[in-house]
Design a protein around this ligand. Structure first.
Ligand SMILES: C[S@@+](CC[C@H](N)C(=O)[O-])C[C@H]1O[C@@H](n2cnc3c(N)ncnc32)[C@H](O)[C@@H]1O
Length: 328
């Protein structure tokens, strides 16, 4: 009887893990540009030769691709991609593959280090310089969904100055600056490599200034009509979050808007992804857990801001945009 139960459980774990194969296969294909290689019918030998790859391992990767439907046979020993719309685009085209890369190279190895961390009562250290470029690029995937909510507030409040804290590659301010040519946008970013990328991206935008600065040592030259802070809260120590909200509120003109994008977690009703995100952040000594909905309300209230609302950006990832207004 016990053996039957064991067998049943083992099968269940395998079945539940099946989706991982799709992600793994897509990740390898993205990382090595293999989906591009097999865009047209190609033999394994030709691809291994052209890309200087181990032929046996490529052979295995192709076999998995055939069994999960990422690849199909194309005659005369050649193979070709199948269901192209499901596969990540090649690197550098705002490809969804960057999310796979972050998951496979950063999130999963970190989650797998849990037993060791728990036994040793130790933490990993988040290597900002190493991961900042990938993380900044992944964050950009959310832009399309969050932008309309930011634009709406800029339009409604006729904002003439907008400051973006931890602006990453400046994706948000660049799109907003094009939509609002008479508004002055400033972005600050702590990572020198990411700042450089942001400056490069916005070189032709006359109404954008990007500065390499730590938000804790920064003070804007003038009061702002809107301050944005997107996907930055998990970089902030729990004890300093209230202080940060109070500081950001002090940079706003009366009637000014604070707009914050963040995942929310901490309650059993939040989707599993959000709670696992928290497991990930908590395993670093320099990243911190996500805020709860109540905390977001409390920090705003304490900083003299009126909560305008918390709206969904991506439900499955528990991603939200919280917007506040400074009481006049
Ligand atoms: C997850 S990325 C988000 C980028 C962008 N805001 C977005 O949502 O696409 C967070 C960014 O905040 C930056 N950052 C973290 N701590 C900071 C600080 N103390 N001052 C300024 N920037 C900071 C990081 O380097 C990183 O580029």
């Amino acid at each position: 009887m016990i053996d039957v139960m064991n067998m049943f459980k083992a099968r269940m774990y395998m079945k539940r893990n099946e989706p991982f194969l799709y992600s793994w296969h897509a990740y390898v294909g993205y990382e090595l540009d293999l989906f591009k290689a097999f865009e047209r019918p190609m033999s394994k030998f030709d691809v291994a030769d052209a890309y200087q790859l181990d032929e046996n391992l490529l052979d295995q990767w192709v076999s998995v691709g055939l069994s999960i439907g990422h690849l199909k046979e194309a005659g005369r020993g050649r193979y070709k991609i199948s269901h192209a719309w499901k596969l990540p685009k090649p690197k550098g085209n705002y490809s969804s593959g960057v999310l796979l890369k972050e998951m496979m190279e950063l999130h999963i190895p970190t989650l797998l280090s849990y037993p060791e961390m728990m036994r040793k009562q130790s933490r990993n250290h988040f290597d900002e310089e190493k991961h900042a470029p990938t993380v900044a690029e992944t964050s950009r995937l959310l832009e399309v969904l969050a932008l309309p909510k930011m634009s709406k507030k800029i339009r409604e409040n006729d904002c003439k100055t907008v400051l973006d804290i931890g602006c990453g590659e400046a994706g948000y301010i660049q799109k907003l600056a094009e939509r609002f040519p008479n508004t002055e946008f400033t972005g600050i970013e702590i990572s020198p490599a990411v700042t450089e990328k942001a400056q490069e991206n916005t070189r032709d935008n006359e109404n954008i200034t990007i500065e390499n600065a730590d938000l804790w040592n920064y003070h804007p030259e003038k009061q702002q009509d809107m301050v944005m802070m997107n996907n930055v809260i998990h970089y902030i120590d729990l004890e300093k979050r209230q202080e940060l909200f109070t500081e950001l509120a002090s940079w706003l003109n009366d009637g000014g808007i604070l707009s914050v994008v963040t995942p929310i977690a901490g309650s059993v009703e939040d989707p599993p992804f959000a709670n696992v995100f928290n497991s990930f952040f908590s395993s670093f000594d320099n990243l911190y857990r996500l805020p709860t909905r109540d905390e977001l309300a409390e920090w705003g209230e304490e900083a003299g801001l009126e909560m305008l609302g918390i709206k969904t950006v991506i439900k499955e990832g528990s991603w939200y945009i919280a917007q506040y207004q400074k009481r006049g």
